[in-house]
Design a protein around this ligand. Structure first.
Ligand SMILES: [Zn+2]
Length: 594
C-alpha cells in the first residue's frame, strides 16, 4: 500500500480534448438548437405523442451535449481560477449556453399553453411515460404565469432586483475585519472568522465571534435595507401571480406540499431536547458550566490522520458492505481519473460532484488534507456520484435530475454508511469520539439550524406582509426569538448574535432555500433506520430509489419505504434515529476523556 499521497488529477479528455475543440462543439450545439427551433417553433401544441417523444429525445440528446461542454469549461475553471484560457472559455460557454436556452425556451412555453385535458391525454401515453413527471411539474406553474406583457414588465425590473442582491453580497464580501489569530492583526472576511469556531483554543473562538459582530454592526442597516426591498418585491409579485403564501413558490419548486413542510418543521421544534442534551454533555467535556455560541462547533476528541489510500479503502469497503454496485461505480470513477484529490494554488475550495451524461461518468472535486472529515466528504460526494450514475442508467437525462431536497439524501446516506463502518472498525478512541461528535453536530447544523432559518424567514415575510418594515432592529428581534427557541437555556447567545441573520446569502438569493437541508438530512435518517431494521431487503429497494432519479415527486419516491411525509409521526421517527446518534456521541466522547 502506498503511504504517500499522490497528486491525482482529473482526466478531462473524457469530456473534451481542449478549449478549441470545446468552442467548435459549442458552435455545433448552437446550430443544432437553431435547427430544432426552425423545425418545431409554433408547432408543439399540434404534435401527437410519438412526435413529441421524438422532440424530447432530440432535446435530451442536445442537453447532454451541453452538459458535457458546460462541465468541461466549469472543471477547467475549478482547476485554475485565474488562468486566462479557462476564463475565456467559461465566458464563451456562458454566452453560448444562454443563447441556446433562448432559442429553445419556446418548447416549455408552448407545452404549458396546451389545454389541460389534451395535455393529460398526451401524458397518459406510453411514448411520453419517460418524461411524464417532469412535464407535469412544468405545467403546475401555469396558473401563476401572467400575460406576455405583464411577464415582460416583471422581467424588465430584474436588474433592479439583482442590484439589491449584489449590494448585499458586496457588503458582506468586502468586509475586512482586523483580527489577530496569533500572527498579528490581519484583515479577515466573514468565512475566515467563522472558520475559527472549529479551533480548539477557546479564547480564539470567543474573540472571533466578537470580531464578527463588531464588523457587522456598521453594515447591518444596509444589509437590512437590501433584505427589506427584496422581501417587499417578492410579496408584491406573489400577489400579482396569485400565490397564497410566501413559501408556495419554493415548495412548488421542491415538489413538496405545505403540509409536509410544516409537519417536518413542527416535529423538528418538538425535538430540540436532543440538542439540549448534547449541549449539556459537550459543556461537561469542555470543562464549562454552559456552552456559549462560540463553543458550539469546538472540536472534541483527537482524530488520527488518514492517507488517501486509506480513505478510498474506507469508502470502497463500506459501500461494498452495503451493496457491491455502489462500490463498483466508486472504483470505476476513481480508476477513470474522475476525482481531483489534493488542494492546489488556484484550485476551487470545498468539494463537489457534477453529473455529466449517460455516457460519461461524473466528476468529483476534493481538497483532501488527510483529515477524518475528508473521509466523510469523500463518501458524501460519491453518494452523489453513485446516484447520478444509477439515475442516468434508469432515466432520460431530463428525468434523472432531482430537486434540492432529494439531491442531498443519497450523499447524506452514503456518508452514514462510511461513518458507521469507521465507528465499527476504528480502534483509536479519539478518532471514534471525533467522528460521533462531528456526525451529530453536522446533523444539528442541517436539521435544526436550517429549520430555524426558515422560521425566521416566515416571520419576516409575515411582518412585511402586514405593512411593517424590516429594519435591522426588527430583524434582530425576530432572529433572537427564533434562535432562542432552539438554544433555550442550554446555550448562551452573545448579544451580538442578534445580527446573525444579516450575512446569510440564502435569504437574499432564494427564499426558504434552507429547509431542504433539514428535509434531506431527516429523510436520510429515516432511510438509514429502515436499513438497520432489515439490511438485506433494504439495499435493492434503495438502489431502485437511486435509479428512479427525478421521475416522481419526493413523496412518491420514498413511499415504497413506508414513509408518509405528511405525517408528523414519520418525522418523529427520524428524531428517534437522531437520538441514537446523540447517545453514541455522549458515550464515545466520555470514553475518549477517560
Ligand atoms: Zn452534497
Amino acid at each position: 500500500m502506498a503511504t504517500t499521497d499522490q497528486d491525482i488529477r482529473w482526466e478531462l479528455s473524457d469530456l473534451c480534448s481542449d478549449a478549441d475543440e470545446a468552442r467548435e462543439h459549442w458552435d455545433a450545439a448552437s446550430a443544432r438548437a437553431r435547427d430544432i427551433a426552425t423545425r418545431y417553433r409554433g408547432t408543439v401544441g399540434e404534435l401527437d405523442a410519438p412526435a413529441l417523444r421524438e422532440l424530447f429525445d432530440e432535446l435530451d440528446d442536445l442537453e447532454q451535449e451541453l452538459s458535457r461542454l458546460g462541465v468541461y469549461s466549469y472543471l477547467r475553471l475549478s482547476m485554475a481560477a485565474t488562468e486566462v484560457e479557462a476564463n475565456d472559455l467559461a465566458t464563451f460557454s456562458r454566452e453560448r449556453s444562454a443563447e441556446i436556452e433562448n432559442d429553445l425556451v419556446f418548447v416549455g412555453l408552448e407545452w404549458i399553453a396546451i389545454a389541460d385535458d389534451r395535455a393529460e391525454q398526451l401524458l397518459a401515453s406510453d411514448e411520453l411515460a419517460a418524461y411524464a413527471h417532469k412535464l407535469r411539474v412544468e405545467r403546475l406553474e401555469k396558473p401563476y404565469v401572467l400575460s406576455e406583457a405583464e411577464e415582460q414588465a416583471l422581467n424588465a425590473r430584474r436588474p433592479m432586483v439583482s442590484a439589491w442582491q449584489s449590494l448585499h453580497d458586496r457588503q458582506v464580501s468586502t468586509m475586512e475585519i482586523p483580527f489577530d489569530a496569533g500572527d498579528g492583526p490581519e484583515p479577515h472576511g466573514v468565512s475566515r472568522l467563522l472558520s475559527y469556531l472549529y479551533r480548539p483554543e477557546r479564547e480564539l473562538r470567543l474573540r472571533a465571534v466578537d470580531a464578527l459582530y463588531e464588523g457587522l454592526e456598521p453594515r447591518v442597516d444596509v444589509l437590512a435595507a437590501a433584505y427589506d426591498a427584496l422581501v417587499g418585491d417578492r410579496l408584491t409579485t406573489d400577489r400579482l401571480r396569485g400565490y397564497t403564501s410566501p413559501m408556495q413558490p419554493t415548495n412548488m419548486a421542491n415538489e413538496l406540499d405545505d403540509e409536509t413542510v410544516e409537519a417536518m418543521m413542527s416535529a423538528t421544534e418538538e425535538s430540540y431536547g436532543i440538542a439540549h442534551r448534547w449541549f449539556a454533555a459537550k459543556a461537561e467535556r469542555l470543562g464549562l458550566d454552559k456552552l456559549t455560541l462560540a463553543d458550539q462547533y469546538a472540536p472534541i476528541g483527537d482524530p488520527r490522520r488518514f492517507t488517501w489510500d486509506e480513505a478510498v479503502d474506507v469508502v470502497d469497503r463500506s459501500y461494498t458492505r452495503f451493496h457491491p454496485r455502489l462500490a463498483e461505480i466508486f472504483r470505476e470513477c476513481v480508476d477513470a481519473g474522475h476525482v481531483d484529490v489534493l488542494p492546489r494554488q488556484g484550485k476551487a475550495t470545498g468539494a463537489y460532484c457534477t453529473s455529466v451524461s449517460k455516457t460519461i461518468l461524473p466528476y468529483v472535486l476534493m481538497n483532501f488534507t488527510n483529515r477524518l472529515r475528508d473521509v466523510s466528504t469523500l463518501a458524501h460526494e460519491f453518494g452523489h456520484a453513485t446516484h447520478n450514475v444509477l439515475a442516468l442508467e434508469g432515466q432520460t437525462y431530463r428525468s434523472h435530475r432531482v430537486g434540492l431536497p432529494l439531491a442531498e439524501v443519497p450523499s447524506t446516506f452514503a456518508q452514514s454508511i462510511a461513518d458507521d463502518y469507521l465507528l465499527e472498525n476504528e480502534t483509536d478512541v479519539g478518532t471514534r469520539a471525533a467522528l460521533a461528535a462531528d456526525r451529530l453536530e453536522n446533523a444539528f447544523a442541517a436539521i435544526y439550524r436550517q429549520s430555524v432559518l426558515a422560521r425566521f424567514e416566515q416571520r419576516a415575510y409575515a411582518v412585511r406582509g402586514e405593512g411593517r418594515s424590516l429594519a435591522a432592529e426588527r430583524l434582530n428581534e425576530l432572529w433572537w426569538e427564533e434562535n432562542g427557541k432552539y438554544y433555550g437555556d442550554s446555550l448562551e447567545m452573545p448579544d451580538g448574535y442578534r445580527m446573525g441573520w444579516s450575512y446569510i446569502p440564502h435569504f437574499i438569493h432564494v427564499r426558504f432555500y434552507t429547509y431542504a437541508y433539514s428535509f434531506a438530512q431527516l429523510v436520510a435518517l429515516l432511510l438509514y433506520r429502515r436499513y438497520r431494521e432489515d439490511a438485506k431487503a433494504f439495499a435493492p429497494k434503495y438502489l431502485d430509489l437511486l435509479r428512479a432519479g427525478g421521475s416522481a415527486s419526493p413523496a412518491d419516491l420514498v413511499a415504497p419505504f413506508g414513509l408518509d411525509l405528511r405525517s408528523p409521526d414519520t418525522w418523529r421517527e427520524a428524531f428517534a434515529e437522531l437520538e441514537a446518534f446523540c447517545d453514541e456521541a455522549v458515550t464515545l466522547t466520555a470514553q475518549a476523556q477517560q
